[in-house]
Design a protein around this ligand. Structure first.
Ligand code: XMP
Length: 318
């Protein structure tokens, strides 16, 4: 029968045989899948695994530096590349969701390609693809869902440098990936992280993106997510985040009328993201978080909570 321990043993053996002394490149995202894939490869080939962690400027507050430090602490051979400006420049003035996704996908490939070329004689590209990604990309090649959202997790990287692809998690579901990570003694906080979309905060800022909007949303998101952790609610939620709406609404401050941004908070329960229910978060929690956001984040004067389920509403607003 399948156990995480035996999966680690057999996979590491297979990777050793398959990869020998070859160099492998892997893009870390900060998420569970790429991190567990990296750890398996690290066990098999050590320093021949070259990890690249790109800051697209659309990560959570402080995420790039904190997660990079964590990766280094795990002994991974990792290079952090801060390409925030390149992404934000390319996104300037773009407000169509699919155009934003495509722009981010394109810039990511350019940045990754530049970095990958610095690794001489690399033979393989490793990816943290898991089974649901495989299923979704298969159904997305034919059916009408192909045009709904262009996820760039699977098959998004071109065949540059003629790299062969290695995907050690291809047969696993998310909960199995977490168990595999735990059996390699990986940090539980890292393994318990909510899923986060590749395009990051770009698809949670409705409309066009500016550095100032990213800053506002990072502050709001940090208050919400840290609040979930502090109240012991984080692990009861499958995914959570905040959306910056393209709406200014009237408020009062002292005897002044304000005209500022509105944010929507979203927290869902799900098993695979295909369907999802909104989470019945306690009112006193929502009250506290809403007060903190409005008091601490300049430019926001209204907070709403999203009580729609998927379908028909998707998890992200774009
Ligand atoms: P939706 O919004 O389609 O989201 O209900 C389902 C899951 O997919 C994530 N998501 C994305 N992940 N690139 C990604 O890597 C994307 O473009 C993208 N769009 C949505 C979303 O966060 C949720 O977990």
């Amino acid at each position: 029968s399948w156990t995480p321990d035996s999966f680690v043993d057999t996979t590491v053996d297979q990777l050793k045989k398959k990869l020998g002394d070859d160099k492998v490149i892997l893009g870390l995202s900060g998420g569970v899948d790429s991190s567990v894939a990296a750890m398996l490869l690290h066990k098999a080939i050590g320093k021949n695994l070259h990890c690249i962690f790109v800051n697209n400027g659309l990560l959570r507050k402080n995420e790039f530096s904190e997660v990079l430090k964590q990766y280094e602490g795990m002994g991974l051979n990792v290079k952090g590349v801060d390409a925030s400006k390149r992404f934000l420049d390319a996104l300037a003035g773009k407000s169509d969701p699919e155009e934003k996704r495509k722009t981010i996908g394109r810039v990511f490939i350019e940045v990754f390609d530049d970095e990958a070329h610095q690794v001489e004689n690399a033979k393989w590209l490793a990816q943290g693809t898991i089974y649901p990604d495989v299923i979704e990309s298969v159904s997305a090649t034919g059916g009408p869902s192909a045009t709904i959202k262009s996820h760039h997790n699977v098959g998004g990287l071109p065949n540059f440098m003629k790299l062969q692809v290695v995907e050690p998690l291809r047969m696993l579901f998310k909960d199995e990936v977490r168990r595999v990570g735990a059996s390699m003694d990986m940090n539980p906080t890292l393994l318990g992280r909510h899923p986060f979309p590749g395009p990051g905060l770009a698809i949670r800022i409705l409309g066009d993106i500016t550095a100032e909007k990213v800053r506002i949303l990072q502050e709001v998101d940090a208050i919400f997510i840290n609040g979930l952790r502090d109240w012991g609610l984080y692990d009861q939620v499958w995914q959570a985040g905040a959306m910056l709406l393209p709406v200014d609404s009237v408020g009062v401050m002292g005897d002044e009328r304000t005209y500022e941004k509105c944010v929507a908070l979203r927290a869902v329960e799900s098993t695979d993201g295909m369907t999802a229910d909104w989470v019945n978060l306690p009112y006193n929690f929502l009250q506290k978080v809403s007060n903190d956001i409005i008091n601490k984040v300049k430019g926001v004067n209204r907070v709403v909570y999203d009580i729609s389920s998927k379908p028909p509403a998707t998890i992200e607003w774009e």
